[in-house]
Every structure is written in structure tokens, then in C-alpha cells.
Design a protein around this ligand. Sequence first.
Ligand SMILES: C[S@@+](CC[C@H](N)C(=O)[O-])C[C@H]1O[C@@H](n2cnc3c(N)ncnc32)[C@H](O)[C@@H]1O
Ligand code: SF4
Length: 417
Amino acid sequence: MNILANITRMWLTRSIKPFVFKNEYDSFLEYMDQDKLGLYVHIPFCRSICTFCPYCKELYSEEKCEKYISALLKEIDTVGRRYKNKKTVTSLYFGGGTPALAVKYLKPVIDRLNKYFDITQGIGIELHPDDVTDETLTVLKNSGITKISIGIQSFSKKYIKLLGRKAPDAEKLKKTLSGNNFETISADLIFALPSQTYSDLKEDVETAFKIGANHIAIYPFIDFTFANSGIKPMKKTEKRQLLDMITVYLNNKGCKRESIWTFSYKPNSGYSSMTRENFLGFGCSATTLLNSQFKINTFNVNEYKKRIDEGQLPTSLTLRFTRRQRMIYYLFWTAYSTKVKSKDFEKFFGTPLKKEFGFELWLMKKCGFITERNGIYEMTLKGAFYYHHYENYYTLAYIDKMWGIMRKCSFPDKMIL
Ligand SMILES: C[S@@+](CC[C@H](N)C(=O)[O-])C[C@H]1O[C@@H](n2cnc3c(N)ncnc32)[C@H](O)[C@@H]1O
Ligand code: SF4
């Protein structure tokens, strides 16, 4: 698998130079001139740990959480006080872990971010179904949060048991959600579980809409080597059938694909922390993507606090881009939206997309992966499946390796991918 990943990387970057992540880092991040900048905040605590989950998290305690938030506020200050003026940003997302465990600290974190940033497209948060209570939702709304995504995974007893979680109570969720208005209510579902059928998945999707979701994310199950799920992922042909059928079903119902994983009933109810050109990440394991670099914060909560107490940023590794590598990152992140606009690419890099990737675009059109209209390249159903497929493959070849290392070592010397 790695040989193919390396050949693809060399072909696309037109270089034999690998992606080299080093432990040197910038004390100040140059973000003022970055367009379409998004914000992400990671809260790494959970009530219990799910065996299938790859994210950076540990068991919650009030004391740990309080100390973490005070470090987080300092990290925001260290990054934000670099500039006198406020920076306009798109959206802010709280992810985890289970960020609602820090519900009482969300407003202070948002206030601190508002000191340095103007958030123009709303604030979102990931919730565990257990967080969906009137009390928590009221605090979220009062804190300025407009979008929620709920980690349902599946309503089916069979699949939720396989994932080692308790089944969400659809009636209770429906009742609570109907009394609380949010611009976006998204449900996370996991698909491509062993022997899962179209009718199983359709039932999950229908129940998600019944409880009040106007948006769904359908994630393919990924078997991370360092997670311990014991679940075997579905084979490619079965997975494709399932994804194609559910996409057609949703489109026929007027629920449009907004990204490779997400579908939405309402225009502008999008919930995606992925489809952004640039972003600043705060907290353990958070990543930052800027014009010239990609950086990852340490995964270790104690080491994170220690760095911040020393007045430094908690960056563990930094990748300094060659121009061509940055183009690949740009295309990878923006293609999540299933569309790439030549105009935006040219604005970002000062060179036409066709000039840089003419052959690849021609090949993808020939293979039926994309269509082109007025300079907008859009993925077909087939293209979206293959993006899913290669994203999965990339996740196992790169992210799995990177996160595996970062979980073991807080500040590795170097990482070559
Ligand atoms: C941080 S969790 C969401 C919030 C909350 N912690 C929860 O579990 O309900 C983010 C989402 O990632 C997805 N996810 C986690 N592990 C996954 C895996 N191994 N494969 C595919 N999706 C996964 C799940 O759908 C999950 O809801
Ligand atoms: S899936 Fe959600 S609740 Fe489970 S360990 Fe991961 S972040 Fe925590």
C-alpha cells in the first residue's frame, strides 16, 4: 500500500521529496493575509472511550478539564495577540472528544476567540447523544452556537452493539431537538459495517431525519491500526453499492450532497470542519493549515499544558510546503466539497489549475470521475466513490501512521510521509 501511496505522491508533487514533518516550529503564526480562514478547537475528553475511535481523547475529569481550558485560553492569546487588528474568519468548530463536557467553558473560549477574530459563518459543535438535553442545548445557544452535529453512529441495536455503544433513544432526541432551534442539526452515521445492507442504512437515515436532523454525515467505517475495534471493514464493491444507493435515495428526496460525506436538506445548513482553504487549530492534536505550512499540536494533554506554561505554542510537528505540495493540500481539502473552482485555485496560487494539473483533470474526466462547467470541476457519483476510496486509503497510509506516532510520542524529532 505504501509503495502506491509514494508513487502517487511523487507523481502529483512532481518530486521525489517526501512530506517531511520536523519538530521545529514558529512562535508566531502568520495568518493575517490568509483568505477563508476557519477556526477549530479540540476538547479531548470523553465519558468513556469507544474502541473504534482514532481521535485524541482521554477520560474526563472536572479537574483535568479545568486545567486544559486555562491552557487553551493561553494558546488563543499566544496566537491572537500577534496582531493589533481582528482577523475575519469563516466558521468556528468545536470537536473532540466530547466538547460538551466542557459546556460551561465554551462561552469563555468563544469570548476569547472573539477578541482576535470576527466569526462570520457561525459556530458548530460535535455532541454525543447523551449531551442532547434541554439544559446543555440552552447553554450552547446562549454561547452563540448555531450548528450541532450529534454522534448517532447507528440507531440499529445490532450495529451500535458492534461499535460498543448504547443505542441512542430516538424518541427522547426528537422531543429535545423539537424544542431547541439550531440552524444546522446534523447526525453522524457510520456506514460500511460488516453485512450492513442498504435498508439498514436507509432506516438510520430516515430515523435521523425523524428526530429533527436537517443534515447528515455518513462516514465510512475506518479500521485504524492503533484502535482496537475488531470490526472488519466492508469490501470495496459492496461499499460502493451502498454509498451510490444512499446518495441517489437522498438526492431524490431533495437532500443534496454538500461534501463527500455530508448531505443537507436546507441550503446553507452545511456543517463541515473539513472544506476550508486555511484553518487555525487550537488544543491538543489540533492541526493548522496556512499558505506555507501545516502543523500539528501535541497529542499529550500534560505536555500541551507544559509547553503553554512555558509561553510557547504546543506545536509538535511542522511541514513546510514546497509550492507543489501546497497545491496538493489545497486540492485535497477543497475537494471534500466535491467541487474545485479554477477561479479560486488561480486566486490562491496565481497560476491556472489547468496549467498545473491539465493531465490529471483530463484523465479524471475520461474516467468519468469529474465534469467541468464554466471552470468548476464537480465530482460525479463515481468520482465521489473513488474520492471516498482514496481518502480511506490515504487515511490508512498517512493519517494512521501519523496519529499512531503522535499517540506514542509527544514531540517526535521528525516524521517522513
Ligand atoms: C468526535 S466524534 C463525535 C462526537 C462524540 N464524541 C460522539 O462520539 O458521539 C466524531 C465522529 O467521527 C466518526 N468516527 C469515529 N471513529 C470512526 C471510525 N473509526 N471510522 C469512521 N468514522 C468514525 C463518528 O461518526 C463520530 O461521531
Ligand atoms: S467516538 Fe466520540 S465518545 Fe467515543 S471515544 Fe471517540 S470522541 Fe469519545
